[in-house]
Write a new protein. Structure first.
Length: 144
């Protein structure tokens, strides 16, 4: 069996998440931000049970496609489960955890793909605010 391309794997993960009614699915292209992986897929689930079911389904679909699975984390609690398929990493989170860790903000330098199943607007990539020169200087940093 031929291993699917990165884009095929990204689409497969999104389809698997949609199968079990994940909410607010976002795909973030981080190829220009990091060399560790190419895409981050973030999705919300309503309960620990749904989070576990979504992650299991994503894992099964990836394995069926011949994709290599690097690992999974977080299955015990079900608050946040990560499925690492190398170049595509899926994060399935409960809403409070997703809001707290705010991966979309953390990876905001990446390019946000179309929001898959949400009426919320796609976040625009934002640059971190520059610290005022006085504040930077007071912390022992050179002012830029």
């Amino acid at each position: 069996m031929k291993k699917p391309t990165t884009l095929a794997r990204k689409k497969l993960v999104i389809a698997a998440l949609e199968d079990i009614k994940a909410r607010d699915i976002q795909a973030i292209d981080v190829r220009k931000v990091t060399s560790i992986f190419d895409w981050i897929i973030v999705a919300s689930a309503d309960s620990a049970r749904q989070t576990k079911a979504l992650a299991r389904h994503v894992l099964e679909r990836l394995k069926e496609s011949g994709s290599t699975i690097v690992g999974t984390e977080g299955e015990e609690s079900g608050d946040w489960i990560l499925v690492d398929a190398g170049d595509v990493v899926a994060h399935v989170m409960q809403p409070a955890v997703r809001e707290y860790y705010n991966l979309e903000e953390l990876w905001s330098e990446g390019r946000f793909d179309q929001v898959v199943n949400s009426s919320a607007p796609v976040p625009q990539a934002r640059r971190p605010r520059a610290r005022p020169r006085a504040a930077a200087a007071s912390r022992g940093h050179k002012a830029a």
